[in-house]
Ligand binder design. Sequence first.
Ligand code: SF4
Ligand code: SF4
Length: 97
Amino acid sequence: MKNQNKTTENGGENDREQDGASLKKKYYNVSFYLDWCKACGICIAFCPKQIIKVRKSGKPYIEEPDLCIGCRFCEIHCPDFAVNVKDRFPKRRKTDV
Ligand code: SF4
Ligand code: SF4
């Protein structure tokens, strides 16, 4: 009985992979316009993955960019519009040449 359930779950995943549905991890680029940043620390304090670290100047940098989940909390809450989050590898549409 236990094996039957396992087989069903795995079968579902394989189907989704074959259908081309994305099960792959997405990656993001997070950049800071440091001239605009006033080092308030909001992005550093509230990043859910805690990957935004602080420089000696008090301004942020990303320590492990591959761990970013693209939630855009940092971008949305920055009071100085100093953060930009982008898909690292934007998908191309099938109709793109
Ligand atoms: S997008 Fe989210 S996870 Fe990525 S650096 Fe900003 S707050 Fe952190
Ligand atoms: S939230 Fe904006 S202004 Fe505040 S530290 Fe982060 S980038 Fe700088």
